[in-house]
Design a protein around this ligand. Structure first.
Ligand code: MG
Length: 387
């Protein structure tokens, strides 16, 4: 039996990772210094802390596109995060980047989403307008650094610097409260860049699948677009080959075809990401390490062709699925119920659990209620709004 301890894993990273990857042994550490784990690297340890957090478990009941209470087979934030982590891990492995860091960042990247997706986020952002606003990507860091109470005195899960830095995307609005050691804007390490692009690859594909599953868009409508069209051709080729090689005589049914098309589309995007990023790393010979790789524009990228096709599909999803009257109405109504819950707690702060009440003096009432409501699941909001 092969036993690997942390030092062996770190030595292995030194042998197999690209010089521009983030190496666990060179991590800049945690806010509260801790003794290293005997078996796991710092990023594996971060991953496990995220996986065991309450915020992670709540993702199972949070909206991706359709409210999490709509049906059993649609994506929620949890299944989305798992899909992203699988893509990011395999793309990173192929590129010689740190798969543990990529997996960790992917599992955490949507923890800050409030109930009811982007519509819920906009509503909460308006409610907190005069108090620094609400941004899911900055809220992730409030959760990991503070709201998860594994360590006392606001150390949260006490994660490694590199994990935290990869989670800062876009500019954090002025006045939004975050740990003082974090910059308001940062370009992530390569592993974080990969997660960012895998996030998009995962959701264009699975949202297409959910739109088909829910009957909001038909396949023929998607097939007008370049990416789904190519995915269809490739999926049929693969199925034909499989049938002729294995002697299967039955034609695939429509459901099997859809599954094939979606998985083919994801593979096409990840392969393109790996190829284009590999080429850009090859060209970036002067970039020596992970810090130099952390500059705009991203070194992780798609080819121009695929980038354009992804935009086309996204635009279509936006018009035909995200803003589909049925979807939009369901999420709008749900977000309005969340607003009522927020206002009720704001006018009656004794409704807050004890662990939030003790934060009011330090954080202010609005932010405390925003943290509490933002952490809620879709189901919990529904329950509160009926009580
Ligand atoms: Mg996401």
């Amino acid at each position: 039996m092969i036993m690997r301890n942390r030092e062996e894993l770190e030595a292995r990273e030194a042998q197999i990772l690209d010089r521009r990857a983030v190496f666990a042994a060179r991590s800049l550490g945690r806010r509260l210094p801790e003794t290293e784990d005997a078996l796991r690297t710092c990023f594996q340890r971060d991953r496990d802390r995220i996986l065991h957090s309450a915020a992670f478990r709540r993702l199972q009941q949070k909206t991706q596109v359709l409210p999490a209470t709509t049906g059993d087979h649609y994506r929620t934030r949890l299944t989305h995060s798992l899909e992203v982590s699988q893509l990011a891990r395999s793309a990173s492995l192929t590129l010689g980047l740190n798969p543990d860091l990529a997996e960790t960042v992917a599992l955490a990247h949507d923890l800050g989403h409030p109930p009811f997706g982007h519509v819920g986020e906009k509503a909460l952002d308006r409610l907190l307008d005069e108090h620094g606003g609400y941004r899911h990507n900055a809220q992730v860091l409030r959760i990991l650094d503070d709201l998860e109470d594994r360590f006392p005195q606001g150390y949260g899960l006490n994660l490694s610097w590199e994990t935290r830095l990869c989670l800062i995307k876009h500019r954090v609005p002025d006045g939004f409260p975050m740990s003082a050691d974090l910059p308001r804007k940062a370009t992530p390490y390569l592993e974080g860049q990969i997660v960012d692009l895998c996030d998009r690859a995962a959701y264009v594909a699975h949202d297409m699948d959910d739109a088909l599953r829910g009957g909001h868009v038909t396949w023929d409508e998607f097939a007008e677009l370049s990416l789904p069209h190519e995915a269809d051709e490739r999926a049929r080729d693969k199925l034909d080959r499989l049938r002729s090689e294995s002697g299967l005589s039955e034609e695939p049914n429509e459901k099997q075809l859809i599954r094939r098309r979606v998985s083919t589309l994801v593979s096409m995007l990840v392969q393109d990401l790996v190829r284009a990023t590999g080429a850009s790393l090859g060209e970036a010979r002067l970039v020596q390490d992970c810090e130099q790789a952390r500059k705009e524009p991203y070194l992780a990228c798609h080819t121009a062709k695929r980038k354009g096709e992804i935009q086309e599909l996204l635009k279509f999803l936006n018009e035909r699925f995200y803003r589909h009257p049925e979807v939009f109405k369901a999420v709008q109504e749900a977000a309005a119920r969340m607003t009522q819950v927020y206002q009720r707690i704001l006018s009656e702060p004794s409704l807050l659990p004890e662990r939030f009440q003790v934060r009011i003096d330090r954080e202010g009432l609005e932010r405390t209620v925003g943290d509490y409501v933002g952490g809620m699941t879709d189901r919990y909001v529904e329950r509160l709004s009926k009580s």
